[in-house]
Design a protein around this ligand. Structure first.
Ligand code: FMN
Length: 375
């Protein structure tokens, strides 16, 4: 199976299956001299880890990461830094229960990629879906932590954060948005007032053996103007592709997104003035920080929608490998709303695309961006 690598200059290859011994990634192209310790990566992995609350999969994976290549001692800091060689990260699977899947080894789970993997390859790992499982996203989050470090080394304070903004049909109130609230609740909600409502909603779904979808917003701040390239290397196109590449994602939008279609030109255009700091000041950000495929220096704002979890406790109709019409009940441990744990995954994908574009920009333009309007 090909296409397990993405990125041009900051290249990530992931490997491993849901119920194999381990998974991980190789990050190739990271410049030397970036301070990198396992703790830097672990902090992000801990935010994606299953089993952290009753509202996510109860699989107990510590997701402890090991850096097995690509770093060496740094005399100046007494820590370790990247060497410019491939960085390999390994995460052991310690709580895989293959027997949960033995009854359905010949049956295709509706909403999963069981049938399509079978149709394409003629072989599939039925244990938790093998490679199609979102367990693979642990590797992306680990690689994303390195991308964040690189972006900070290049541009100073870059902040890439995400939040759950809608669960099922229930949305946060944007006027109550508080980034500080996100680590305080199990949903990555920026709106404290939604926490109890979402808890009740998920409890009801869980009791009914059902599930729901969600919308996640990811925001990158501190990215300068100039990343991205016309016409086939547009930053928004690459971010959209990377977010669509996350399991269960069904749609992506930037800034005002689909709602832009309902605005007039004067409402939607982000008018410009000069700010007190001598830099351009946009009066709104309906573009989501990208114009013509190139970052404008405003926060980059993207949202993605995930479908409801397909593995639910209700019997469903399907077919088996022999073409027989059968019923299926999915066991195993599942996320009743996959959108919760998708938040750090979305942040990681955004960081990875931005790191790749930062290196691509540097390769073409050197250290600086083009023209400053004040010059
Ligand atoms: C973080 C995360 C966790 C997920 N956990 C589950 C799960 O527990 N059960 C499930 O049925 N799907 C889960 N999914 C979604 C499936 O992996 C995905 O729907 C399936 O592989 C089919 O791929 P597709 O929806 O992209 O077409 C999860 C997705 C993400 C991003």
């Amino acid at each position: 199976m090909s296409h397990n690598t993405f990125g041009h200059l900051f290249r990530v290859t992931t490997f491993g299956e849901s119920h194999g011994p381990a998974l991980g990634c190789v990050v190739d192209g990271c410049p030397p001299g970036i301070p990198l310790a396992e703790a830097d990566i672990q902090a992000d992995l801990d935010r994606r880890r299953p089993g952290q609350s009753r509202y996510v999969s109860q699989r107990k994976e510590p997701d402890l990461v090991r850096i097995v290549s690509g770093v060496f001692e740094d005399d100046e800091t007494n820590g370790q830094v990247t060497t410019g060689t491939p960085i390999t990260l390994l995460i052991d699977n310690v709580d895989a229960r293959a027997k949960d899947y033995s009854e359905i080894r010949d049956r295709f789970r509706p909403g999963h990629a069981d049938y399509t993997y079978w149709a394409k390859y003629g072989i599939r790992d039925y244990r938790g879906g093998g490679r199609q499982s979102a367990r693979e996203t642990a590797s992306r989050v680990a690689a994303g932590a390195i991308a964040r470090k690189l972006l900070n080394a290049l541009y100073g304070q870059v902040r890439i954060r995400g939040a759950l903004v809608q669960m099922g049909s229930s949305r946060i109130a944007r006027e109550r948005w508080d980034w500080e609230e996100i680590p305080r609740n199990p949903f990555f909600s920026p709106d404290a007032a939604m926490v109890d409502e979402w808890a009740i909603q998920l409890e009801t779904l869980r009791k009914n053996g059902s599930s729901c979808g969600a919308v996640i917003e990811v925001v990158a701040e501190g990215i300068p103007a100039g990343l991205g390239a016309p016409i086939y290397g547009k930053l928004d196109a690459d971010i959209a592709s990377s977010l669509m590449g996350i399991n269960a994602v069904k749609g992506v939008e930037f800034g005002a997104g689909f709602a832009a279609a309902t605005l007039s030109g004067e409402e939607n255009s982000d008018e410009m003035r000069m700010g007190a700091d001598g830099k351009p000041l946009f009066l709104s950000n309906n573009a989501g920080g990208i114009l013509g495929g190139i970052s404008s220096g405003q926060p980059i704002v993207a949202r993605f929608a995930v479908k409801p979890t397909s593995s639910i406790l209700r019997p469903m109709q399907t077919i088996d490998r022999g073409g027989r019409e059968v019923e299926i009940v999915t066991k195993g441990r599942h996320d009743p709303c996959v959108g919760i744990r998708a938040v750090p995954v979305g942040e990681a994908m955004l960081a990875l695309v931005l790191a790749d574009h930062a290196l691509r920009h540097r390769a073409q333009m050197g250290e600086t961006c083009g023209a400053d309007p004040t010059v």
